[in-house]
Design a protein around this ligand. Structure first.
Ligand SMILES: *Cc1c(COP(=O)(O)O)cnc(C)c1O
Length: 382
């Protein structure tokens, strides 16, 4: 059992992870070396995917995905508001404008009808989020014919219709984060995954300044030093020693995701008879929930939620709220002037949500402690 403060999530680092990083630091190249493509191939094998591009962060992966999908100045992208700001910021970075669409309360993922309703002649792509690790349905978003980017930062290790999230049959580009609270980590890091050769080429170009060493047009007097910058890219590279950590972590991923599932089932079981809260929706048959988060909703709404949240924090339980709807963030609300009243299901979830601690090193006694404190606070405040 974890003594003292129980965070909502934290990384799992094993001895073999430490050894893998130490070995990578002794290699001649610690960035831009063969460790990056070795990690990309390992992830591609795991997912059954054609192209995997590893980047500096999950946010960089989303930025690269929006670029690869062709988002530019004046373009719009449909995005759910029940997400981390980065899902929408990637559109702003490119001079585009996110259009927020509501979630389906039964999955907490983007509602396909709401998304279709938010499409205009300016829309360039759909961004969908597999919230908390529940694989988003992609097919219902295909009606518009627009490219679909899945922000799967919560869903590495998840399965949709029998296939890994990020594998074939999913979104046009799937993005993962390798931040320490996610399913596995490289410290900071991200992945962009696609089956499409052209999208993969643009993702790689964007990762490294837009500089290319193929299809070149040198002057006759220019030699083999020659390169071209063809697009305005960034330095979004990840290091070889981070990738060594990633390869090592990947070997543990399935075990950790199933441990998260066991702990989530224990929460479901212990809280099953509690009618003052809504439990998170489980995965459909054929799917596997990655359980990055376990988000309950206090049905009594804002005031009791605040009191219960503060009470849990006071008891040393590191709860969080995922998420403040993106349009409520002052940059969106005040600087960009986003409307505040277009997503009632998002508002309903925000009014009551609390993320309970969930990470693989937790024991059953930790889950029982959280449930005990939660029940006490529900009795006190609802
Ligand atoms: C973590 C996260 C990101 C950003 O990932 P970073 O690796 O921290 O840049 C984006 N979207 C969602 C939904 C996330 O949870």
């Amino acid at each position: 059992m974890i003594d003292g403060y129980l965070p909502y999530g934290r990384q799992q680092i094993e001895e073999d992870d430490v050894a893998a990083v130490a070995a990578a630091l002794r290699e001649p190249l610690i960035t831009d070396g063969p460790g990056v493509s070795a990690f990309e191939r390992a992830v591609a094998d795991y997912l059954g995917a054609r192209h995997v591009v590893a980047l500096a962060t999950g946010t960089a992966a989303l930025h690269a995905a929006a670029f690869a999908a062709g988002v530019g100045p004046g373009d719009e992208c449909v995005v759910p508001a029940m997400t981390f700001a980065a899902s929408a910021n990637c559109v702003l970075y490119l001079g585009g404008r996110p259009r927020f669409a509501d979630i389906d309360p039964s999955t907490r993922n983007l509602d396909a009808a709401a998304a279709a309703g938010a499409v205009s002649e300016r829309t360039r792509a759909m961004v969908t989020v597999s919230f908390a690790g529940l694989p988003a349905e992609i097919e219902p978003l295909r009606g518009s014919g627009l490219p679909v980017i899945e922000d799967a930062c919560h869903a590495l290790g998840g399965i949709r219709a029998g296939r890994p999230v990020g594998g074939p049959g999913g979104a046009d580009i799937t993005c993962f984060s390798l931040h320490p609270v996610k399913s596995m980590t490289t410290g900071e890091g991200g992945l962009a995954v696609t089956e499409d050769d052209q999208l993969a080429r643009r993702l790689r170009l964007f990762r490294s300044h837009g500089i290319s060493r193929d299809q070149l047009h040198p002057e006759p007097w220019e030699g083999s030093w020659y390169y071209e910058m063809k697009e305005l890219g960034f330095n979004y590279r990840i290091t070889d020693f981070q990738c060594a950590l990633g390869r090592s972590q990947l070997r543990h991923l399935d075990g950790w995701v199933s441990r998260r599932g066991e702990l989530a089932r224990l929460y479901q079981q212990l809280l099953g008879g509690e009618d003052r809260i809504e439990l998170p929706p489980p995965a459909q048959a054929g799917d596997r929930h990655a359980y990055h988060l376990f988000v309950i909703r206090i049905l009594a709404g804002r005031e009791p939620r605040r009191a219960i949240f503060e009470g849990l924090r006071g008891a040393g339980i590191g709860v969080q709220v995922h998420y403040i709807p993106v349009y409520r963030l002052p940059y969106y609300r005040d600087v960009l002037g986003y409307p505040q009243d277009e997503c009632p299901n998002t508002e309903m979830l925000y009014a009551g949500s609390i993320s309970l601690p969930l990470f693989p090193a937790m024991e059953e006694a930790d889950v029982e402690r959280v449930v005990r404190e939660l029940s006490r606070l529900l009795d006190e405040h609802v």
